[in-house]
Design a binder for this molecule. Structure first.
Ligand code: SF4
Length: 192
């Protein structure tokens, strides 16, 4: 579905109904400064960080209603090459990483979108063409009836007509390919 429909609540609703949602693109800016949160290893069952992008296990970690929290030793983060881009914040005794749960879900979706972009956009492109053809050729956007039942019936007939037309075109095209084309013959011209 279109990225405009993305929200963590929609993802949750999909999961409840055993539907895996794919988005063609996501709105909003990509996080620029931080390492992607998907670089942190997170235990699926507990939702707790088990390793940071550098492969370091936290000294202690936890999860609240809105964020996950993990602590890392001062000496490790101080010398890490990712420190400026990392979510960690220096405290007196250690570094602490706090990541919003919604940010994790968005980052996962963004990763799926980037991995599947070709497949998703091509699937979307196909259906967008059909929607457009139905609007242009069958006035799908100007229904003369109201109410879910009447609209469903009329839309159903329009889709049926569109499919018949496409099938007829396909048959005509195939039959043209099967009929051998008359290429004509040339005869020698005899000059006296
Ligand atoms: S800065 Fe610390 S928490 Fe962040 S990647 Fe490096 S070692 Fe891991």
């Amino acid at each position: 579905m279109d990225g405009g429909y993305y929200s963590p609540d929609i993802i949750e609703k999909g999961k409840e109904n055993e539907i895996e949602l794919h988005f063609t693109n996501l709105n909003g800016k990509k996080p620029q400064k931080h390492l992607s949160v998907t670089r942190f290893e997170i235990d699926e069952s507990t939702g707790i960080i088990t390793k940071c992008p550098e492969g370091i296990a936290p000294t202690h970690a936890g999860i609240t209603k809105s964020q996950i929290v993990a602590h890392f030793p001062l000496n490790v983060c101080d010398t890490c090459k990712h420190r400026k881009d990392c979510y960690c914040k220096r405290q007196k005794k250690d570094y602490v990483v706090r990541i919003n749960l919604k940010a994790i879900e968005s980052a996962k979706q963004r990763q799926i979108v980037e991995q599947d972009q070709k497949e998703n956009t091509s699937m979307r492109a196909a259906i967008e063409g059909t929607n457009s053809a139905l609007k242009r050729g069958y006035e799908l956007d100007k229904l003369k009836v109201r109410g879910i039942v009447k609209c469903s019936i009329v839309v159903g007939f329009k889709v049926l007509a569109h499919n018949f037309k496409k099938f007829a075109n396909y048959i005509i095209q195939k039959s043209k390919e099967l009929i051998p084309q008359d290429k004509g013959e040339s005869l020698p011209i005899l000059a006296q």
